[in-house]
Every structure is written in C-alpha cells, then in structure tokens.
Design a protein around this ligand. Structure first.
Ligand SMILES: [Zn+2]
Length: 125
C-alpha cells in the first residue's frame, strides 16, 4: 500500500506515513478489512516456507499448517505468494463494505512445479 499524500510505501498496520506524517487508511476502522491466509498441513513440501505479500508489502511467512491474519484497507489488492526458489503466484482480491473478510487456503503444488503455492479456495465474508 502507498501513501495517498506522498506515494511512499506504507507497511501493513502503519497508522502514519513515515515520510510525510499523513494519516493512513489504517486509522479509519470503517475502511478496514481482514486478510486471512491458511496453509494446509501436509507432509509433502513441509520444509518450504512461503512469503506472503499484499501490494508488495510482506505480511508474513506461511509455514506448513500456518496462518496469517491482518488488517488491510478495503479496496483492490494484489496478493503475492512466493517461495525461496522464486516460484511466485499472484491473486487479486477486492474487499468491500459488504465483504470485509477474505479467506484464502493454499497448499503446496506438486509435480513439475513442486514447491509452488496453490490456491485451493478463496472466499469472501
Ligand atoms: Zn506520505
């Protein structure tokens, strides 16, 4: 996410822009949604960790059987899930006042693309 005032990158949950001091969308509770991503526990690929980004800001590392839960502003966002070998998948999400929560379930995809994240479902609530 980027500052609406100066365009500098805003880290997740930052209340003020570090560059210009402007209030961010994280101060406005009416404008916040919930981003939730779960990884199914599996023996296969269990040592591979996925880094998860929302709009190029890292929100956490998804380990085998792990979960990341954080606030993000409503609107359209790009989710990126990458592993250490550079396998990346992206997914666009849209949060609205009626659908404030997005839940994504992923697992490790096997075969030629072993170690790549695979979104098995994506739901809004
Ligand atoms: Zn700023």
């Amino acid at each position: 996410m980027y500052c609406k005032s100066c365009g500098v990158k805003i880290e997740v949950d930052e209340m003020f822009c570090k560059n210009c001091g402007n209030k961010t969308d994280y101060q406005d509770k009416d404008n916040l949604g919930i981003f939730n991503i779960n990884r199914k526990k599996s023996f296969v690929g269990c040592v591979i960790n996925f880094d998860v980004y929302v709009d190029e800001t890292k929100v956490g590392t998804l380990k085998n059987g792990g979960n990341i839960n954080c606030n993000i502003p409503l609107g359209e966002h790009e989710v990126k899930i990458s592993n250490p070998t550079g396998n990346v998948i992206t997914q666009n999400i849209i949060l609205t006042k009626d659908k404030r929560t997005v839940k994504i379930n992923v697992k490790v995809k096997m075969g030629l693309l072993a170690g790549k994240a695979n979104i098995i479902d994506l739901n809004y609530e």
